[in-house]
Design a protein. Sequence first.
Length: 313
Amino acid sequence: MSQPNPGAVLRGAVDLSSLRNRPAATAPAAGDTGGEAGTPASGVIIDVTDATFPQAAELSKTVPVVFDLWAEWCGPCKQLSPVLEKVVAEFAGRIVLAKVDVDANPQLAQAFRAQSIPMVVAVLAGQAVPLFTGAVPEEQVREVFTQLLQVAAQNGVTGSVPMGQDAPAEEPAEPPMPPLHAEAFAAIEEGDYARAITAYEQALAESPADAEAKAGLGQVRLLQRVQNANAETVRTAAAQAPTDIDAQLAVADLDIAGGHVDDAFARLLDLFAQLPGDDRTEVRERLLELFELVGEADPRVGAARRRLTSLLF
């Protein structure tokens, strides 16, 4: 298999290459009205269509772009949209909100795999990462966006856009990374995952509450586990030994790294259900690690955690 890119190990990544490779169209002007709420577009609130998505994907290399998938007939959408706008404004250009009318832009709706709306999806470095579906409380939106910025920082997306303009800022607004974080990121860029793990572990030893170091450590450990894996060999071994813990863990790692989150969780939960009590610990610990990596705000984590709890009791 090809070597995973640190920027690609995002939460539940969705392939948007067919849209991203389309010819770019002219972006909406700064005075255009936005979405269902009629909010003027700005540097942090923009309208995106099937035609203009390539520009938004390019912008996501500088700053996280959060897509609000809505429709005029959708009542919950009208409840959620003002909340998203308010919270995005609080981040002062570090997150851009992109509004997508799913009725007018069916290709984007299909690319984002929208089964229901409102649906909120982040795009980091051109890759889509589902955040949540349905109207959620303001505090939960704020928490999810904070986690999104942490993941973005781990993947080198640390820029901002000036309020009221469409172009990204010349200089990133983010403060410099802490030294150990910078060391870890440099090591990741060089493919030296062992050194990155050491740096993150030292950062956590000095500050156990360092959420960015904890998230980075989980990502790098995953990268280290899959860096030399041959997908065909790993999957064949797992198929031949369905209750072999190491074999099944290896496939789950590949699934997570490739964005197949549901497949990874289902595999490990099915394995957990088959194992005797004494053999379950390693699988449970890996599941908990992957829950942390994918993010507790992800509904797939909630569903998997509930099934794990039912299997435990």
